[in-house]
Design a protein around this ligand. Structure first.
Ligand code: ATP
Ligand code: 3PG
Length: 401
């Protein structure tokens, strides 16, 4: 199925005085005191909401938080309200539910430019079941639908998909549009040479992405825990590094596929190994073929950083998904941070750099380089599915442009 990109535009809609149902992804991390620890997703919703406020819309925000089974106070969206209100410069009203009479009353009393946040839609099991009756109840709250929840667009749930059957027009918000422009745009029509960097823990979770990218890229760089499955498939000893024994054949066939497609597939030539999986492990640098028994590879080595950086210099578009090593341990974050710095430098020279969600975003943020990249996705699972070439139900459900 082709990935849809040309979706209905919010700017075409007449919103003054209208009740606008905006699905956002406010699924943010909270600490044990229910304080928001990363407000990226809250900040990312602001342009769409402010646009609607400025045009006198009456804004109904809906989101999920976590994966609650029924009504669960620790998954309430209340902790999001202070930061959201601060960013928008208005007092966002918190509803005590996502459907029902009380909610309808709050919406009826909402002035033009006012904002109400509904309670976690996943407090109803009907949300994830994409129950049409629940979707209809959500739809009845509003006059039009805006989906700005890119991070949840891979879920066919009542508030992301079902609701569009009962509420028209159904258009994309600005964040959704930006994510599609970068992630679909770059992959379908990249400025060449086009490179992808894929890391993370396991090859099994990235098979779809690697296979899909092999059809499009000129250079594919692999790092992270998955490289040891490739090494073992080539006959190297890998000590106690992470290996997926049942994926050795797959690794070989991916290497062959790259060759037949003329893709330059780069594996690290040296690795940083550790005597245990710990922040304070003893470590040393060895060639890829020289990992002794009892040691495990936790990062790419300096020669690999040099080779990868050199290869990236010739490119015009780079997509990165998944860290190069166990970046949560300072000692093994060097490779990931070096790649982040390289991408930040290349962005400054006009290369399009896209960070496709998940842990690589956390790594880029940790080193303070997020604002240097062309685009940082707010979606983990959603961006992976897009890079795999899949269509997202929350996008398919929107009106065509
Ligand atoms: N050599 C390694 N050995 C073991 N684990 C590793 C290694 N290199 C990276 N990792 C781990 O991989 C994890 C990230 O893998 P994952 O596949 O989840 O990445 P991601 O795609 O960025 O995240 P998401 O799945 O959320 O999109 C990190 O926690 C990191 O510590
Ligand atoms: O964080 C995410 O990936 C999205 O908010 C979707 O959440 P989910 O994986 O619980 O559906």
């Amino acid at each position: 199925m082709a990935t849809k990109r040309n979706v209905g535009d919010l700017k075409e809609a007449d919103v003054k005085g209208k009740r606008v149902f905006v699905r956002v992804d406010l699924n943010v991390p909270l600490d044990e005191n229910l304080k928001v620890t990363d407000d990226t997703r809250i900040r990312a919703t602001v342009p769409t909401i402010k646009y609607l406020m400025e045009r006198g819309a009456r804004i109904i925000l809906a989101s999920h938080l976590g994966r609650p089974k029924g009504v669960t106070p620790k998954y309430s969206l209340k902790p999001v309200v202070p930061r959201l209100s601060e960013l928008l410069g208005v007092n966002v009203e918190m509803a005590n539910d996502s459907i029902g009479e009380e909610v309808e009353k709050s919406i009826a009393a909402l002035p033009n430019g006012g904002v109400v946040l509904l309670e976690n839609v996943r407090f109803y099991k009907e949300e994830e079941k994409n129950d049409p009756e629940f979707a209809k109840k959500l739809a009845s709250l509003a006059d039009l639908y805006v989906n700005d929840a890119f991070g949840t667009a891979h879920r066919a749930h009542a508030s992301t998909e079902g609701v569009t059957k009962f509420l028209k027009p159904s258009v994309a918000g600005f964040l959704m549009q930006k994510e599609l422009d970068y992630l679909v745009g770059a992959v379908t029509n990249p400025k060449k040479p086009f490179a992808a960097i894929v890391g993370g823990s396991k090859v099994s979770s990235k098979i779809g992405v690697i296979e899909s990218l092999l059809e499009k890229v000129d250079i594919l760089i692999l790092g992270g825990g998955m490289i040891f499955t490739f090494y073992k498939a080539q006959g190297y000893s890998v000590g106690s590094s992470l290996v997926e024994e049942d994926k050795l054949g797959l690794a070989t066939s991916l290497l062959e596929k790259a060759k037949s497609k003329g893709v330059s597939l780069l594996l690290p030539t040296d690795v940083v190994i550790a005597d245990k999986f710990a922040a304070d492990a003893d470590s040393k640098i060895v060639p890829a073929s020289g990992i002794p028994d009892g040691w495990m590879g936790l990062d790419i080595g300096p020669d690999s950083i040099k080779t990868f950086s050199g290869a990236l210099e010739s490119t015009k578009t780079i997509i990165w998904n998944g860290p190069m090593g166990v970046f949560e341990f300072e000692k093994f974050a060097v490779g990931t941070e070096a790649i982040a710095k390289k991408l930040a430098d290349l962005s400054g020279t006009g290369v399009t750099t896209i960070i496709g969600g998940g842990d690589s975003v956390a790594a880029v943020e940790k080193v303070g380089l997020a604002d240097k990249m062309s685009h940082i996705s707010t979606g983990g699972g959603a961006s992976l599915e897009l890079l795999e070439g899949k269509s997202l139900p929350g996008v398919l459900a929107l009106d065509d442009a």
